[in-house]
Design a protein around this ligand. Structure first.
Ligand SMILES: [Zn+2]
Length: 325
């Protein structure tokens, strides 16, 4: 059925995917996760990229191929994970090096670190279970849990074609509206935002005149209001939410949801370009700040734990917003 893939036979039968057995994970944003395995990757296709920090081929063609796949298959029925499967160079292939690689390549997927029982042992548990013969190593699993491909190399174009074909087969409703996902947000935060629709600039004194002290503190000094301090959290009336500083419409009530976080939460902005994304390394955390791109007002942060389909949670200070009808 898939002659381009090396493991499954012509009738699509192949070995069943095993639990990964990897104990240390961080999510797409680099935050530690208590648990992650194939089940966490949903019901669709799954692609595992196994690598080691000190493996040159992992950097020359492993990560570039992975990035192409992740970019091309955004929105398709496939999830990705990266695992550092350590079997040599224990000193260099450590947990911190894995975190560094996740930041360097900005691939918005979970990363795992799998040194097995350490130096002097066979190492990576995943490698032993799947029979990997080194790194880089690509493993493709179909929705039934059959391993279709397990090899040093992967044919990127053929993999993209397979996943797109599989997604197109069932009756698909109207194409979903284009909405940003975590990959877009990370890319914009790292490499620059789409252009703003217009710009509004005022002096500090002018903003102080226009805003209450609380609004000024949050929007112009990057403050955070206390959790559960605003009735706006539980407000779901139809309407739009404007920037309190410049009046630009930022969010629609249709994208508002109850995150129970204590701050108004949305899954997407009204249009691309009204919200800008900046890397924020304050308070020892790595987060992505959201600002009004028209006037630079601090709004809050965005996280990759929101509901489908965007998967985003825009966690916004109520003091940054003004509801219009
Ligand atoms: Zn604004």
């Amino acid at each position: 059925m898939n002659p381009h893939f090396n493991v499954a036979s012509a009738d699509g039968t192949g070995p069943q995917a095993q639990p990964l057995g990897v104990e240390r994970w961080v999510d797409a944003a680099g935050q530690p996760m208590a648990h992650f395995d194939l089940v966490s990757m949903g019901d669709g296709y799954k692609l595992l990229f196994c690598y080691q920090h000190a493996c040159p081929g992992c950097h020359t063609h492993g990560f570039p191929n992975l990035s192409r796949l992740v970019d091309a298959l955004r929105g398709e029925n496939i999830r990705f994970a990266v695992v550092q499967t350590v079997f040599e160079d224990w000193e260099e292939n450590n947990y911190e090096a894995m975190l560094e690689d996740q930041r360097r390549y900005a691939v918005p997927v979970p990363f795992g670190h799998d040194p097995g029982n350490g130096a002097g042992t066979p190492g990576s548990v995943l490698m032993q279970r799947y029979g990997n013969r080194g790194t880089p190593w690509f493993i493709l699993i179909d929705p039934e849990g059959t391993v279709l491909h397990s090899h040093f190399r992967i044919d990127v174009d053929k993999t993209i074609a397979l996943i797109r074909r599989a997604g197109a087969a069932p009756a698909v409703a109207a194409a979903p509206e284009k909405m940003p996902n975590w990959g877009d947000v990370v890319r914009w935060a790292n490499h620059g935002n789409p252009p703003p629709p217009r710009r509004v600039q005022k002096t500090e004194a002018e903003w102080r005149q226009l805003l209450t002290p609380d609004q000024y503190y949050v929007t112009r000094e990057k403050g955070t209001e206390p959790a559960h301090s605003s009735a706006m959290c539980s407000l779901f009336e139809p309407g739009r939410y404007e920037c309190v500083c410049c009046g630009t419409e930022l969010f629609d009530s249709g994208a508002k949801y109850d995150s129970r976080s204590g701050w108004p939460s949305f899954t997407q902005p009204i249009t691309e370009g009204v919200v800008a994304y900046n890397m924020d390394n304050s308070y020892g955390m790595r987060r992505i700040e959201t600002v009004c791109q028209v006037c630079d007002a601090h709004l809050g942060h965005v996280f990759p734990d929101g509901p489908e389909p965007s998967g985003l949670r825009f966690c916004i200070n109520a003091l940054s917003l003004k509801k219009s009808k």
